[in-house]
Design a protein around this ligand. Sequence first.
Ligand code: PAF
Length: 290
Amino acid sequence: LEGLFIFAMKIITTIAEMKAITKELTCCGKSIGLVPTMGYLHHGHLSLMQASIGQNSCTIVSIFVNPTQFGPREDLATYPQDAAGDEEKCRSVGVNLIFRPSASEIYGSHYQTFVEVNQISNHLCGKSRPGHFRGVATIVLKLFNIISPTRAYFGLKDYQQVQIIRRMVRDFNLDIEIVPCPIVRESDGLAMSSRNAYLNAEDRIHATGLYDSLKTASDLFTAGERRSSHLLDVITTRIERIPDAKPDYIKIVDSQTLEDIEEIGDQALVALAVRIGKTRLIDSIILKNN
Ligand code: PAF
């Protein structure tokens, strides 16, 4: 175990070995930070790792392209992967362990048990991606059970995912601190995502329109606008001007329940999912009274 903290980063592929290590860490009173990912790591992921490294004795990054969170017509087969690049990035920030199991290691055969977080999963991405959050909640609970982390780190780019995991942790009485981390953006504002790799050069330029539209809404909110309908009109008009853009949803919702709101009070979430060419991108911004 001592070697974990002195020697090179370790890569674990079996549940048995992962459990044995985390059991020993927990017995020695070490705190464990978990950063769950699907790989093809970018600076957003690295910021989660850095947050974990700052707060825990040991940081574990899981890399698993989770089949149960992809719909039948989604991009499971083409999801970008770069095992060597991911290892290098984890090593560069000082991660202690990578947990990189195979799909059969995680789901075996005749897998039957799933976690459904109701209500909050029915809005936003949950509506357009049926079953997605069931797959996310299931794999995250499995990772929590295998790794027993003290804290787990999630990016707020997937705002709804963070709320669903928090709900699950409360509902299942898990002793795990969920640490939400800010969205990391490219210098032109595009939220970092592994799926940005799908964008061709033109789409990549057009994709900056998403954050621009959210910023415009935020500026209007700061200037006193509180009507969701007006802000949504402004965002929609801006998005409609982007060539090849097809909105999936553009919503202003309560930041806790994710239900639509008409008149913004102290705080709201503006969230959108837009297809630019063939790539579905999501982004969001919190509007908050000072
Ligand atoms: O956000 C992701 O990359 C995934 O949804 C997660 C949390 C790793 C579960 O597969």
